[in-house]
Structure formats: C-alpha cells, structure tokens
Design a protein around this ligand. Structure first.
Ligand SMILES: Cc1cc2nc3c(=O)[nH]c(=O)nc-3n(C[C@H](O)[C@H](O)[C@H](O)COP(=O)(O)OP(=O)(O)OC[C@H]3O[C@@H](n4cnc5c(N)ncnc54)[C@H](O)[C@@H]3O)c2cc1C
Ligand SMILES: *[C@@H]1O[C@H](CO)[C@@H](O)[C@H](O)[C@H]1NC(C)=O
Ligand SMILES: *[C@@H]1O[C@H](CO)[C@@H](O)[C@H](O)[C@H]1NC(C)=O
Ligand SMILES: *[C@@H]1O[C@H](CO)[C@@H](O)[C@H](O)[C@H]1NC(C)=O
Length: 529
C-alpha cells in the first residue's frame, strides 16, 4: 500500500496544479486621456500625475536566507525588474531550517526534509534551478505506545489492508477524503498568485481559499475537528496523534489547518531535493542576483529622507553586525523572513509610529539525533530472538516516552557504494525528541551504536488555537513572512508567503489596491478561464 494512507515519518504539505503565469504589467493611465495628450507632455506628466507610476524602489532588504527569504528574493526580482538592488542578510547558513548534517561520511537532512508532490512552488524552483528530485522510499511503519506496538505494517499489501480494516474500519479512507477536500481548496492559492492577487493578512488569505470554514480552522484543534467529523477515539489517539508528533513534535491540540497539513504527509509521492533541500535556497539567491550579506540584523529604524524630485520619502535604516563591526544601510522596502522574537531573530524596531509590537511567540524546541547503530527490538516490545524490519516507528502520547519518532534515513545523494553494501541491521537512524537524548536513553534504544550527531532547533510554532497570526504588513513597506507559520509551518508555506509578500510589496508600492484582498476571487477567476 506504499504509504497511501499511513503517515510516513517525514513530512510535506498541501499545494496545487496550476503553473505560475507571468506577472501583469503596471496598470496604465486611462486610454482616452492618453489619446488627447501629446506624447512629450504625457512623458513629463506621467510620474507626478498618476501615483501608480511612481519611481521604482532602489534598494530592498531581506532578513533571513531560509526558503522564505530566498524565494522572496526570487519573486521580488521578478516583480520589480533587474535594476533594484536586493540585499539578503543571513547570520547563519543559507538554508536556515533546511540544512544537512554529515554522518559516517554522508550528508543527511537534519531540518525540513520532505516535500509534498503538490507543493508547486518547490517543484517550480527545482525545475528552474536545474536541480533533481529524489523520491522517498517507502519502508515499514509501526506505531509504539511506550509499551507495545499498537500498529505494525507488514510486507504484504493484503495483510496491511486487513490489519487497517480490523483496527480502524474505513477511517483511513475517510481521513484521506477529509484531507483531500482541504488540499483542493488550498490549491486555489496558486491560481490567485498566478493572476497576481495577494492578501494583507494570513486570515484573509485562508478566507479567500475556503471561506469562514477555512479561516476558522485556526480556531479549532485537529482533535475537535476530527471528533466532530466522527472519527473514533482509538483512531485519534493512535494514528492522528502519531502523525502530529512526528511532523510537529506536538499532539492533537494543534490547530486543524496545520493538522491537515501534517496528515497530507500520508499521501504518496513525497520527495526531496537531491544534494539537500537547502540547495534550492542557494540557487534562488544566485538566480535572483541578490547580494548576500553575512551578518546579523539587530535594529530597524524608520527614517524620513528628502528625495531629489518631489517631497519627502520614508525609508528604513537597517543596522547589522558583521565580522568587521556594526554597519547601517538605507532601504525602501524591508522583508523580514525570520521568526520575530527575542530568542530567535532578536530585532529591535526603533521609532515606529505606531510601534511594531513585541511578538511573544513560542517555538517548539526539538532535537534531531542521528545514530549509526543497531536498534534494540526488545525496547519496542519484541522478543529478543525476533527480528524487526520496521524502518519508521512513530509514537503516541505517553509521559514515559522520550522520543517522538525514529526512522531509517537515506543520504541526500544516492550513493552506489551504500546500495551495494550487504544488508545488515546496522543503519543510520534519525530520531526526533523534545530534548537531547542521554547516554542511558541511547543505550535503551540501541543494542549497539557508534556515531551520534545532534542538531538542536526551534523547529516550528508551538500551536495553541485559537491562533491569531501576526500581521504580514508590519509598516508601510515592511513585511513579515513568518506570520504564515502560525497557520502551518512548512517549506511550501514559506514560499507561498514569500510570493504573497512580493506581490503585496509591488502592488502597495504602485498603489494597485484592486490586486489586494479582492473578495470573491474564486468565482471571479473561474469565469475568467
Ligand atoms: C526538524 C525539522 C523538520 C522539518 N520537516 C519539514 C518537512 O519535512 N517538510 C517541510 O515542508 N517543512 C519541514 N519543516 C519546516 C520547515 O523547515 C520550515 O517551515 C522552513 O524551512 C522555514 O523557512 P523560513 O525561511 O521561513 O525560516 P528559516 O529557515 O528559519 O530562515 C530564517 C533565517 O533567518 C536567519 N536569521 C534570523 N534572524 C536573523 C537576523 N537577526 N539577522 C540575519 N539573519 C537572521 C536565520 O539564521 C535563518 O537562516 C521542518 C523543520 C524542522 C526544524
Ligand atoms: C476565530 O476566533 C477569533 C477570536 O479568537 C474571531 O475573531 C474570529 O472571527 C474567528 N474566526 C472564524 C472564521 O470563526
Ligand atoms: C538581543 O540583542 C540585544 C542587543 O541588540 C542583546 O543585548 C540581547 O542579549 C539579545 N537577546 C537575546 C535573547 O539574544
Ligand atoms: C533493550 O530494551 C530492553 C527493554 O526496554 C532493556 O531491558 C534492555 O536493557 C535494552 N538494551 C539492550 C542492550 O538490550
């Protein structure tokens, strides 16, 4: 059954079918007036008379070179053309939460790892950057409740089907349909964006996809939503809980939108980028001809500046710290592409009126541990003499459990020498846990092991609906990408938010209010076809 209905120990998220069309041009002045004016006069009048034809921005700052910041750079270049200067500030590595770690001489994804087949922005990037996709290989899945395996996949399709029916009836199928319905609506975003429409808030964006029912998903937990839809306690406690734990390190108290994103990982066809997902970020940065500034932004201040032609013009002074000390630079547009809080980006906003509020948003602490070793089957309730063939073990809620999941992983590059190695039970396992694992805990999990590599994350928001997403527009021409993470955190969500912010920045710069927060878009675009 190839993971058709079972959550895999990896994740992706919804997306859709449309190709992104090219952007619209500037809306011109009314035709009639055009005809009446002599060309020279028209030329002279253009700028000052029609606000829409305002001079383009000279400099744009992007803070953060994760998938959000680098895809913003790509879409901003597309919208504003070749002349604008784009600076991308990054204090760590390009890729951010997309990163790899070396284990036994091979690189493995240590952050965001799998991509849903309908994540169209990611798909487009990989194609345009001439990268390749690698398909996830399906293994055998088990669900462990801290004492015993409550579900165990076998090599036999028919047996798996019977097991599923025996344990859960037709709930797997119903879950699949429930997710599919949300995915269908979610995919409308690609059509809206290909027609250049954008939204000034995350709630507004969700509302445009599926009305109150959709934006209301942020007000309910996935538990409430699925209970209301009639799923059984057993199904919720085992399957749904396991999926939330492996994908978001939390339980069924997360909002039902991110819950649905998490369940979409059960779809088949999950993929990753050959050589590492972070290569997309590196490629986007390069193809957008942005300048990478290695350094940490510490402060942004609003400044009034007098332009050569006509009036005063607000812009932003960005203060940043590099190896060579503290520097400052002025920008017309600023895109914040990192989670805004003291613990993470730690950026101070100075002299804004009204002030930019402090976001006390809590991110889930998570540790990824890679272990090269042989699993201790008896820890998972097997007899010492039995062999275990499971490659993905998810867990349910149990206070005694110190892991969220454990899975066999493959390196980011296909390696012939690994493939031809004789099959032994020594493998590279990836473990997600809330805290660092102790020596004792590793000795429980493994009969024997050699190398251990760890990576600590503030991985994704700690979801606690009702969710109120932070604003996208922080100030006139300053935008915040990561507010979308409070609906759901995933690579594709950051890319969607980046495209939205690039469109929003462009339309607000040029006064194209009709392209922002349009009502009834779905109906409107349906008839336009
Ligand atoms: C362990 C783990 C597993 C995941 N699995 C998946 C998955 O399978 N599929 C999926 O789709 N998603 C997954 N995710 C989520 C996904 O990785 C994120 O949603 C996405 O990468 C976020 O990208 P971003 O660009 O918005 O933020 P980030 O990647 O966090 O980028 C922000 C960047 O800004 C930089 N920065 C911060 N502050 C400053 C400053 N003051 N000055 C300069 N630079 C600054 C940071 O160094 C960072 O590089 C996972 C995440 C984790 C941690
Ligand atoms: C969600 O809850 C908030 C209050 O927390 C409310 O303002 C909003 O209207 C609700 N949204 C929907 C779609 O029900
Ligand atoms: C945030 O930055 C300020 C300096 O700009 C520093 O004094 C403070 O310790 C930082 N806070 C954290 C949590 O890193
Ligand atoms: C394996 O797991 C069992 C059961 O939890 C435990 O008693 C044992 O100490 C573990 N380690 C080894 C090496 O068997």
């Amino acid at each position: 059954m190839e993971g058709e209905a079972i959550p895999r120990a990896r994740r992706g998220n919804p997306a859709l079918l449309l190709r992104l069309a090219t952007s619209r041009g500037l809306p011109g002045p009314p035709r009639l007036q055009l005809l009446l004016l002599p060309p020279l006069l028209l030329l002279l009048l253009c700028g000052p008379v029609w606000g829409e034809l305002r001079a383009p921005p000279e400099k744009i700052a992007i803070i953060g070179a994760g998938i959000g910041g680098t895809s913003a750079s790509y879409y901003l270049r597309q919208k504003f053309g070749k002349d604008v200067m784009i600076d991308v500030f990054e204090r760590g590595k390009v890729g951010g939460r997309l990163a790899t770690l070396k284990v036994e001489g091979h690189e493995y994804e240590s952050g965001g790892s799998v991509i849903h087949p309908l994540n169209l922005h990611m798909k487009r990037f990989v194609k345009e950057l001439d990268l390749s996709a690698v398909q996830g290989t399906g293994g055998l899945l088990g669900i462990y409740n801290g004492e015993t395996l409550v579900f165990e996949e076998s090599n036999w399709f028919v047996i798996n089907m019977l097991k599923l029916l025996w344990h859960y009836g037709f709930q797997f199928l119903r879950m699949h349909m429930w997710v599919e319905d949300i995915l269908d609506k979610f995919m409308r975003i690609y059509r809206y964006q290909s027609h250049d429409y954008c939204f000034s808030s995350v709630e507004g964006l969700l509302h445009a996809l599926g009305g109150n029912e959709f934006s209301g998903m942020l007000n309910r937990t996935i538990l409430e939503a699925l209970q209301k839809a009639g799923f059984s306690e057993k199904f919720l406690n085992e399957i749904i809980t396991a999926a939330m734990r492996v994908n978001y390190g939390q339980s069924t108290g997360v909002n039902s939108f991110v819950g649905a994103v998490s369940l979409a990982c059960a779809d088949s066809g999950q993929w990753a980028v050959e050589g590492g997902n972070k290569r997309v970020c590196e490629g986007l940065l390069q193809s957008s001809k942005a300048r990478l500034i290695p350094g940490s932004v510490i402060q942004i201040e609003e400044k009034a500046r007098t332009k050569q032609i006509g009036g005063s013009m607000k812009n932003y002074e960005v203060t940043y710290k590099t190896e060579s000390g503290i520097n400052k630079d002025l920008y017309d547009i600023v895109i914040v592409a990192a989670p805004l809080n003291r613990k993470m980006s730690n950026i101070t906003f100075l002299k804004f009126d009204p002030p930019i509020p402090e976001f006390h948003q809590y991110y889930q602490h998570l540790v990824t541990t890679f272990v090269h070793g042989r699993l201790n089957a008896s820890y998972f309730g097997y007899k010492a003499t039995d062999s275990m063939y499971l490659t993905d073990i998810l867990t349910t809620n149990n206070p005694n459990l110190f892991i969220n999941s454990i899975s066999v992983v493959s390196p980011v590059k296909e390696d012939a020498s690994l493939q031809s190695k004789p099959v032994t039970d020594f493998a590279v396992w990836k473990i997600f846990s809330q805290e660092f694992l102790s020596k004792e805990q590793l000795n429980l999990l493994f009969v024997s092991h050699d190398s251990v590599q760890e990576k600590e994350w503030f991985a994704y928001p700690y979801y606690e609906p009702p969710e109120k997403c932070p604003p996208i527009i922080l100030h006139d021409h300053m935008y915040y990408l990561n507010s979308i993470e409070w609906a759901a955190s995933a690579m594709e969500m950051s890319a969607i938010s980046a495209h939205n912010a690039a469109l929003l920045a462009y339309h607000r710069w040029n006064g194209n209010t009709e392209m922002i927060d349009q009502e009834g878009l779905y109906e409107k675009l349906k008839t336009e076809l």
